[in-house]
Design a protein around this ligand. Structure first.
Ligand code: HEM
Length: 422
């Protein structure tokens, strides 16, 4: 038996999802319970689960039977290439993942602390004062710079400038619905937005391959590229993983930061305790990612039927936790509507907290993302007094695979007088 779900035509479900995914899925959960099936036009049916226990059963398919890579391939391969931990499965995926894990472990990324702080300080100094602006875009400047300098390890000012200009456009053109849905035949048309994307990709690749070649002649370095050059990966594979970290790591982290400020600027009692109590700051970051998880789902494409919650999900369907609702499960997080960092202050980590997914495909950049969020929040709050021009919470808006603040976190900044000391 397959899980229950709405009988609406798939085009209606698709349009509703695009307009208000959180609202639609919360409604289906109320109606059908913690496991239900949704149909989107042009895709296999998708079963969502909304409890930690069911989510873990989906993640367990990473041992065999569930393919996270294939579930992402159509959307990502044209940009990340065919040698990416995001889109590979099985043994080829594990070969890459094993090599990508070590440079992104907590201990390793801790070494980036001061560089992240310096990049943030440099950027914050250019923010406008006294007039509203979209914080999310500014956060993206910071997280992009972190990728260029600490992951790609590019120091040459001219190349940094070139990438700073090219990468946002590459992502914009390559990540649009149009690019991801375009049939293969139309991808070869030599003009239009997809052709523009292909040209940008070639320009970025030229810089990356050149950098890889140059670095091979001067090995070492503490950046992630330096560490990948020490492995068996070939140039093309390294290129694909660099772009993978860019795609998976910079908008997500920027959006997480945007939500952090969107939330804390509306809670003076929380803001007051920030940023110098390290443990509390860490707990606030985790609570932000609970109430506003950036990535909303972590689907697996099933290549064998899966017994789940008393149903049998057919092979060829997607199964995935819907993270915002798992995070609202009152059995896992009592009074889930309340913003309570204390949940994360003591005791072991709650298994239902899954902003970074789970199973073997758990986000490889989670430790870097958490470090970036803590350091950047601290740098901002030390330097500026921020306020939300409108106290009403910002709605959640779908942006590719993320839920972003609808107004991109509008804030007004004022210089902090006197500057807070550490
Ligand atoms: C707040 C920021 C971030 C969030 C919310 C986030 C969330 C996620 C989620 C939900 C997944 C899917 C996990 C699954 O399917 O179970 C994922 C995978 C991944 N993330 Fe992140 N991520 C963030 C930052 C980063 C950063 C900074 C990097 C890289 C430097 C990164 C690299 C990746 C990669 C490569 C994967 C694929 C892993 C695999 O399939 O083996 N992410 N992330």
């Amino acid at each position: 038996m397959i899980p229950p779900g709405p009988r609406l035509p798939s085009v209606v479900q698709t349009a509703w999802f695009m307009r208000d995914a959180p609202g639609m899925l919360a409604r289906f959960q109320r109606r059908y319970g913690p496991i239900f099936a949704v149909r989107y036009t042009g895709f296999p049916p998708e079963v969502y689960v909304t409890t930690a226990e069911l989510a873990e059963q989906v993640y367990r398919t990473d041992q065999g039977g569930g393919r996270a890579g294939e579930a992402r391939r159509d959307f990502l391969e044209h940009i990340v290439g065919s040698h990416s931990v995001l889109t590979l499965d099985g043994d080829p995926w594990w070969r890459h993942r094993k090599l990508l894990n070590p440079p992104l472990r907590a201990k390793q990324v801790a070494g980036y602390h001061d560089d992240i702080a310096a990049i943030a300080a440099e950027k914050i100094a250019t923010w406008p004062l006294g007039r509203p602006f979209a914080l999310r875009d500014r956060m993206q400047d910071i997280t992009l710079e972190i990728i260029i300098r600490l992951i790609f390890g590019i120091r040459d000012a001219g190349r940094v400038d070139r990438l700073r200009a090219l990468l946002p456009e590459l992502i914009e053109t390559g990540g649009s619905m149009l690019a991801t849905m375009l049939p293969e035949k139309l991808r070869r048309v030599p003009y239009g937005p997809y052709a523009r994307f292909v040209r940008l990709r070639a320009q970025v690749d030229a810089i990356l391959f050149d950098e890889i070649r140059r670095r091979r002649t001067a090995p070492g370095g503490t950046d992630v590229l330096g560490r990948l050059l020490d492995t068996e990966l070939a140039d093309q594979e390294i290129r694909d993983e660099l772009i993978t970290m860019l795609i998976a790591g910079h908008e997500t982290t920027a959006t997480g930061l945007a939500w952090a400020f969107e939330r804390i600027l509306r809670m003076p009692e929380i803001l007051e305790r920030l940023p110098d109590d390290e443990a509390y700051l860490d707990a606030v970051v985790k609570e932000v990612l609970r109430v506003r998880p950036v990535v909303y789902e972590a689907p697996r494409l099933l290549d064998a039927p899966l017994e789940l919650g008393g149903y049998e999900i057919p092979a060829g369907w997607y199964a995935g936790p819907y993270i915002p609702l798992v995070h609202r499960d009152p059995a896992a997080f009592p009074e889930p509507e309340e913003f309570r960092p204390e949940r994360f202050l003591d005791g072991p980590q709650n298994r239902a907290w899954m902003p970074f997914g789970g199973g073997r495909r758990f986000c490889v950049g989670a430790q870097l993302a958490l470090l970036e969020m803590r350091v950047i929040i601290r740098e901002v709050l030390h330097r500026l007094e921020l306020a939300a021009p409108d106290q009403a919470p910002e709605a959640r808006r779908l942006k590719n695979v993320t839920l972003a603040p609808a107004n991109l976190t509008r804030v007004i900044a004022r210089a902090r007088t006197p500057a807070r000391t550490r």
